[in-house]
Design a protein. Sequence first.
Length: 157
Amino acid sequence: MSIEVGSKLQGKVTGITHFGAFIELPGGNTGLVHISEVADNYVKDINEFLKVGDEVEVKVIAVEKDGKIGLSIRKAKERPPEEQPRPQKRPPRERPPERPGNKQYGSRNSGNRNSQARPSLSFEDKMNRFLKDSEETLSSLKRNTESKRGGRGARRG
């Protein structure tokens, strides 16, 4: 009998380990039901769900090239669509109300935060302001680091 992914088969539990159970399938093949595929809820001890010799219905979920067969008891169970677990959708987060004194950053929907504080500037004006600010920042950085490290032009003596 050929075993194909998606087929449901009856099998017999032949061995139990801490990571799953080995199931003997029709035709003498053996497959593994991983502990996560035994039940819909969390399984701490597989012995609470299965015993050696139990007859179980399994669904083939994987057939490897080397002959390993992945099985699932959980997926073999037929359930009506309303019972099937669905991922829970989170309710949307409520945003805290805007604080009246915190106008510095604006809200996300306000667009560019600089447009509130300053009138619209041309590209040239923006570039000149950027150059002036960056030159001031660089010169103050240089002044502070050179005096602390005794770098170029610092007084020695």
